[in-house]
Design a protein around this ligand. Sequence first.
Ligand SMILES: [Cu+2]
Length: 192
Amino acid sequence: MRTFRTFIAAAAGLSLAVAGLTGCAAGNDPKSTPQPTENMAVQTQQGLEFTDMWIKATEKDMTGVFGTIKNTGDKEIKFTGVKAEIAGMSEFHETIIQSDGSSMMQAMTPPAIKPGESLVYKPGDDHIMLMKLNDKVLPGDEVKITLEVEGGENIEFTATAREYTGGKETYSPEDGTGHGGMDHGNMATDKN
Ligand SMILES: [Cu+2]
């Protein structure tokens, strides 16, 4: 009987531990801080859900931020800007296909997200651009990015740095895009 009782006690202890873990992972505690985890959705109290936010690792002075930002609230969220401590300048970018088939990116008006809709940022498409980086971005780095919201509080999220070599965007566009976009080339080669 002694062995049996020990087993029961151990099993009880185990299920307690499992219950504890489950309660933690559910994340329904409104006081808990969203913990950014790769490939997992992070819900903020402001009604945005961030999924798989990542930043391209680089040793150059500009890079892109990607992932899915969903409006889970009941009113439209309009951004007015974006910023990051590691970047001297940050912008929302869109990628356009030029007549010769190559793609080029340019600054766009900060977007808005309607309730239930998402912004999907991926290489070769729309993205958040960080320029004038003051540090390298190494794989595994966690980079804090702040979205400025019209009539509301700033919303911060964390992007995890990843090695990525598939991008074909022009990161140093020729002069005169003809689209009214900013000339990043000047920033990339800023000699001041
Ligand atoms: Cu860009």
